[in-house]
Design a protein around this ligand. Structure first.
Ligand SMILES: [Ca+2]
Length: 100
């Protein structure tokens, strides 16, 4: 059931990008925008993002609010193979919920 709700919510978000952009702009990015954000954030062009680089993928208004701990948590959520870097594949993968 939860899955259907999530799908419905996603469908609504996708169907109304203008709506998603309002109210401080939640990150409903197109694949092209995500790819561009990754390339832009990958400051040393090694094809993966470290913590500082990951921070650069965040909307500007969030960067100042994210401390090192939060950043580490975001990193851990995306870093599927736990090598300490976010590869393009990991960046593109659906966000996992933190393991409990
Ligand atoms: Ca990099």
């Amino acid at each position: 059931m939860t899955k259907y709700l999530l799908l419905a919510a996603t469908a609504i978000a996708l169907a109304s990008p203008a709506l998603a952009q309002q109210g401080g702009g939640r990150m409903q990015q197109t694949p092209e925008e995500r790819a561009a954000a990754f390339v832009k954030a990958d400051a040393n062009k090694d094809g993966k993002l470290d913590k500082a680089e990951l921070k650069m993928t965040l909307p500007e208004q969030f960067r100042d609010q994210v401390d090192d701990e939060r950043l580490g948590q975001m990193m851990a959520r995306r870093d599927a193979d736990k090598d300490g870097f976010i590869s393009k594949a990991e960046y593109d993968a659906p966000m996992q919920r933190p393991a409990q």
